[in-house]
Design a protein around this ligand. Structure first.
Ligand SMILES: Nc1nc2c(c(=O)[nH]1)N[C@H]1C(S)=C(S)[C@@H](COP(=O)(O)O)O[C@H]1N2
Ligand SMILES: [Mo]
Length: 426
């Protein structure tokens, strides 16, 4: 292998250099189109909103209709908050549920809409110049016949918590205005991507692996970005990535990528391509909009040409309570919540019920484990009426603690600061 791209910081540096030199090949989108798109995107405000509604056409002369989620499962308002083509899990609806997010309340992030794909007719095609031979085609049955693995892992959108850049830090960002519910934890069962790549004859010269979804092409501001796809460095692809066909013990449901999706542990949600139809294995670096202009960090606090493509998620905490909840004074209630980190198990959660003056340690309800979250609780008896903020601050086994402020980026990714959760005591 020319570079060891399994080392994330090494990967970042290598890729940055390749961008600077303009060496990475554009996978299907003209570079000038992308530049045009992002010029338009900046003027129009949010690419996230535009990309979401891009395929919904309106009558000539009329503004496009507001996009809505087009899912198979119902999205009742008790469980979800709808945001464009997406549905955010209401954290309050997780109260009393176990360590896995039930499928009926797992968030949905769709660039367009959920396709219906029949498992019996589905094929996975693995192809490209990073293979020793010709393409490999696998049926659902053949994939299921490979050695299965099961893992409990979260999938979290890179933009989870984005709205707090604006509401808490006063900073503008583009994209879906998630609060903290663009995350879910599930038990995934599937084949190892590494087994499939070896079966396909991956060579030592392979550099990037590009899975592509079978959902509709994404059109944003009149530019067709093609199907959703984002290259993975071959080191990650051969390490711990799953081709999942079950979620929480049942066949993978349509809204979460059924019949088969990638699950890329710890990495930003966009890596975990749903409804995967083909995988290109390339001997040279690959581009897609999702690793060039999207899912990188831009802004004054980042390198002039932007950061390297995002890899790992960050560290967060959320209360299982509505934002702006009303709670009765002098009555003891059990505050509950969840914390998670992509770097290491979360080992400690400190909670403040007075806007951050005093802190108490919460009780953990799960054994801290990498890739999952821990549930925690703390009793609280409000003593005075009025507005206050609840804060939860997680620390993981690497010693990393949620900061008071997140470093801003224009697209609002990787929010990691302690959220000030407003409540009113009456
Ligand atoms: N094919 C395809 N894969 C996709 C997406 C998509 O729109 N199409 N969205 C991505 C994003 S941005 C996220 S955060 C996760 C969301 O997974 P979920 O909808 O199962 O929660 O899927 C990723 N995989
Ligand atoms: Mo995402």
């Amino acid at each position: 292998m020319p570079f060891d791209l399994s080392d994330e910081s090494r990967y970042d540096r290598t890729r940055l250099r390749q961008w600077a030199l303009g060496r990475a090949r554009s996978a299907g989108v003209d570079r000038r189109d992308l530049l045009k798109l992002f010029a338009v995107g900046a003027a129009a405000g949010s690419l996230g909103a535009a990309a979401g509604g891009g395929t919904a056409s309106a009558a000539p002369g009329l503004p496009p209709a507001d996009p809505v989620p087009r899912t198979v499962k119902p999205l009742p308002p008790e469980l979800f908050t709808l945001r464009g083509t997406n549905a955010e899990t209401n954290f309050a609806a997780l109260r009393g549920t176990g360590p896995l997010t039930p499928v009926d309340r797992f968030f949905v992030r769709n660039h367009t809409s959920t396709p219906r794909i029949d498992a019996a007719g589905w094929r996975l095609k693995v192809w490209g110049d990073g293979l020793a031979g010709g393409p490999l085609e696998l049926s659902y049955e053949r994939l299921r016949a490979l050695r299965p693995v099961e893992r409990t892992l979260f999938i979290e959108c890179a933009g989870n918590g984005r709205s707090f850049y604006t509401t808490q830090q006063g900073q503008p960002v583009t994209g879906t205005a998630w609060t903290l519910g663009a995350i879910g934890v599930a038990r995934w069962r599937g084949a190892r991507l590494s087994d499939v790549l070896r079966l396909a004859g991956v060579t030592p010269g392979a550099v990037d692996v590009l899975p592509r979804g079978l959902d509709d092409e994404v059109v944003a501001n009149g530019v067709n970005l093609g199907r959703v796809r984002r290259p993975l460095p071959v080191g990650k692809a051969l390490d711990d990535v799953l081709l999942a066909y079950e979620m929480n013990g049942r066949p993978l449901p349509p809204d979460h990528g059924g019949p088969v999706r990638l699950v890329v542990p710890d990495w930003v949600g966009i890596s975990s391509i749903k409804w995967v139809g083909d995988i290109e294995v390339s001997g040279e670096p690959l581009y897609s909009p999702w690793n060039t202009d999207l899912y990188r960090l831009f802004g004054p606090e980042h390198p002039a040409q932007g950061s390297a493509p995002l890899t790992r998620q960050t560290l967060k905490s959320a209360f299982e309570l509505e934002l702006g909840a009303t709670v009765p004074v002098h009555r003891t209630r059990l505050l509950t919540g969840r914390s998670w980190s992509a770097a290491a198990p979360v080992t400690r959660i400190d909670v403040s019920t007075d806007g951050g003056v005093r802190w108490r340690r919460a009780r953990l309800h799960d054994t801290p484990r990498r890739g999952g979250w821990v549930r925690w609780s703390l009793p609280w008896t409000p003593r005075a009426t009025g507005a206050t903020s609840l804060l939860a601050r997680a620390t993981d086994a690497t010693g990393r603690t949620q900061p008071d402020r997140s470093v801003h980026n224009t697209q609002g990714y990787l929010f990691d600061a302690v959220v000030r959760h407003p409540v009113t005591v009456v």
